[in-house]
Design a binder for this molecule. Structure first.
Ligand code: FES
Length: 102
């Protein structure tokens, strides 16, 4: 029997702006934010430049790349790279310079 995810997409919230968007499984947080018209800092989009680094206030992510450009200590402190991070359920991010196009 195959196990398919049938739950609705997770929600992401960006603080302190309070922007919310659907954080679909299989899409990075950066991709989902952009699809919702929410601009997060980014450059390389492959987990190396650290332009997008932000703190995960709540929730969990997994990475598309084996070695995202974060140290073990940074990961432990809650820093993530949204350009290569996919949500595992609802998440809340701290991105002070984020803005919404809507
Ligand atoms: S945009 Fe370069 S690490 Fe995320």
């Amino acid at each position: 029997m195959s196990v398919e995810a049938v739950s609705s997409p997770a929600m992401a919230e960006v603080q302190p702006g309070g922007f919310r968007f659907e954080a679909e499984a299989g899409r990075t947080l950066l991709q989902s934010a952009e699809a919702a018209g929410i601009e997060l800092p980014s450059s390389c989009r492959n987990g190396t430049c650290r332009t997008c680094i932000c703190r995960l206030l709540e929730g969990q992510v997994r990475y598309r790349v084996e070695w995202p450009g974060l140290s073990r200590e940074e990961k432990a402190e809650g820093w993530i790279l949204p350009c290569v991070a996919e949500p595992l359920g609802d998440v809340r991010l701290d991105v002070p310079c984020a803005f919404s196009h809507f």
